[in-house]
Design a protein around this ligand. Structure first.
Ligand code: ADP
Length: 222
């Protein structure tokens, strides 16, 4: 399966990604996590992208496209992948299609997690991330008074600079302007699975599983 997890910041892509990895045994390729890893490692790419990310702007297409082209050709991605955070512009989607074409592969489905602006803002303003592994936690304001350590690797939890309220609002605007046009792009390709991302985590997971099973059956009977 070659899947794209699609939705605004805070839509729940990272949360759903774990169960997809387990179910389909394919790697997740999360561009935000990859960029943050570059920053932690202090690479030239990491330095280049820092100001875009902290301001909630998109990193230039050319950088992102090169990074993804390389990543898709690594051995673990040969049996499938779950893209999270890419594509974010029509140019990125076109480059992805061209790259997959060359590899004689294609996107099977785009899972669009639909969430209202107010819910996105509420979720992101209570979001904490692990400094070392990027695991994400949502705390109530009361819980946030005493932030624990990461349960995955014991790392320090912090509020990402781009999860601050002013930047969150801007990221949602950037999504609506540059990324939302991909809804039409993938609808035209008959690949969009439009899912209510405001249901419980379990219900969203069940809906994704049901739709992907239906797709697999359809592909098998062709
Ligand atoms: P979220 O899904 O919460 O918005 P991510 O971790 O996916 O956050 O991305 C964080 C930031 O990394 C983005 O705001 C952007 O600056 C940069 N980024 C990640 N993926 C892309 C992409 N495909 N194109 C451009 N910029 C990207």
């Amino acid at each position: 399966m070659n899947l794209i997890l699609f939705g605004a910041p805070g839509a729940g892509k990272g949360t759903q990604r774990g169960s997809l990895i387990d179910t389909y045994q394919i790697p997740a390729i999360a561009t935000g996590d990859m960029l943050r890893a570059q920053r932690r490692a202090g690479t030239a790419l990491g330095d280049q992208v820092t100001s875009y990310m902290d301001r909630g702007e998109l990193v230039p297409d050319a950088l992102m496209i090169d990074m993804i082209k390389e990543r898709l050709q690594e051995p673990d991605a040969r049996t499938g992948f779950i893209l999270d955070g890419f594509p974010r512009t029509v140019a990125q989607a076109e480059a992805l299609d061209a790259t997959l074409d060359q590899l004689r592969r294609r996107v099977d489905a785009v899972i669009y997690l639909r969430v209202s602006r107010q819910v996105l803002i509420d979720r992101l303003s209570h979001r904490y991330s692990c400094r070392s592994c990027d695991a994400v936690y949502n705390f109530t304001p009361k819980q946030a008074l005493e932030v624990p350590r990461c349960t995955v690797d014991g790392g320090e939890l912090y509020q990402r600079p781009d999860d601050k309220p002013e930047i969150v609002a801007h990221r949602i605007d950037v999504f609506l302007k540059h990324t939302a046009p991909l809804i039409d792009y993938y609808t035209t390709q008959h690949k969009l699975e439009n899912i209510d991302g405001q249901m419980s985590v379990e219900d969203v997971r069940a809906d994704i599983t049901r739709r992907l099973s239906a797709l697999k059956k359809g592909a098998g009977s062709r």
